[in-house]
Ligand binder design. Structure first.
Ligand code: GDD
Length: 317
């Protein structure tokens, strides 16, 4: 049976990936988590996988863990993933994302492990995209607009470099935005859905705070995204990079309007200047032809359904 290691298992994508793999039932799953990580996303499967404590920022703890687990596949999802945090804590974002990955790579390399590694890179790396560059292909220039985006460029290019230098078998996936139940409450769709649920319960005045509603993003349901991660390791070429996206965009205004159409409560919309970013990525619409050709992947869950599921998730909490 294939042994799979998931970094960032307690997170949003990590927990959905484990759900997907448990349903497949064809691999042994080991998840690593940092000491005192929140465990609410993994309680429903905690007794069906092996959980180990390991902080990727610590090279020797990472090496010890990898030596113990000796995985066949690694899904590397652990990261500081919220863009605004990277402006308030740039060093932490850069070190968690870049140094954490270097420690993982060095452990695999020095132990001589033969494993495939999926790297969760990001559409944020493209940053400022010109109108005639849409939809974005993997060959587009990278013009990152936040320390977070720079950290993802670092992770992405380290994947390329370790493949070229050491033949470390990495597949780089540039995931565009993905949403769904369990999404952290700071990300846009989850933030809006949670505010609506709080207002419905009378826990908050009927005013929803928003940031830049003009930005456009290419949204995939997280359950389709984690299936894509699996296919990346099953079918994609080492050293290569692949966009994972739908090819269609929603403005953030449309996301908000759709969520508001799902509630009977009357809610006022108010822009909060604190939610505006020093530089926001205006538009991300991707071209996933390369990935689809390699894997046959197709997203199956319409974004309207994703938003409904997110609102239900917050209503139930
Ligand atoms: N979070 C948030 N809160 N974003 C808002 C709000 C708000 O109240 N109002 C408008 N926005 C806009 C942001 O300015 C941004 O343009 C867009 O909504 C999406 O913001 P996020 O949901 O925070 O995601 P992101 O696009 O910055 O980054 C996400 O996607 C990347 C892939 O493209 C994250 O998941 C990253 O980790 C991921 O790499």
């Amino acid at each position: 049976m294939r042994r799979v290691l998931v970094t960032g298992v307690t997170g949003f994508a990590g927990s959905h990936l484990v759900d997907y793999m448990l349903e497949r039932g064809d691999c042994e799953i080991v998840g690593i988590q940092r000491w005192r990580s929140r465990t609410e996303n993994i309680e429903h499967f905690a007794d069906r996988i092996t959980l180990l404590e390991c902080d990727l920022r610590d090279a020797s703890s990472t090496r010890d863990t990898l030596e113990k687990v000796r995985p066949d596949w690694i899904f590397h999802l652990a990261a500081q993933s919220f863009v605004p945090t990277s402006w308030s804590a740039p060093t932490e974002s850069l070190s968690t994302n870049i140094i954490g990955q270097v420690n993982l790579f060095e452990a695999v390399r020095r132990l001589g492990l033969e494993c495939r590694i999926q790297l969760a890179c990001s559409s944020e790396e493209y940053g400022l995209v010109l109108p005639d560059e849409l939809p974005i292909r993997e060959t587009n220039p990278l013009r990152p607009l936040s320390p977070y985006a720079v950290s993802k460029v670092g992770q992405d290019l380290l994947g390329y470099q370790y493949w070229m230098s050491w033949k470390l078998d990495c597949v780089r996936t540039r995931g565009f935005n993905h949403e769904g139940p369990r999404r952290g409450p700071v990300f846009v769709a989850s933030d809006f859905a949670k505010q609506i649920a709080d207002i419905e319960k009378g826990r908050k005045a009927p005013v929803i705070s928003v940031g830049n509603l003009d930005a456009r993003r290419d949204f995939t349901d997280v359950r389709d995204m984690v299936r894509a991660y699996w296919l990346a390791l099953e079918k994609c070429e080492p050293g290569e990079v692949y966009n994972i996206c739908t090819g269609a965009a929603w403005t953030i205004r449309k996301v908000l309007d759709h969520l508001l159409s799902l509630t009977k409560t009357k809610i006022e919309v108010r822009q909060d200047p604190a939610r505006l970013r020093p530089s926001d990525v205006p538009v991300l619409i991707g071209d996933s032809t390369k990935f689809v050709k390699a894997t046959g992947w197709k997203p199956t869950i319409p974004f309207e359904q994703t938003l409904r599921d997110m609102l239900e998730y917050w209503r139930a909490r």
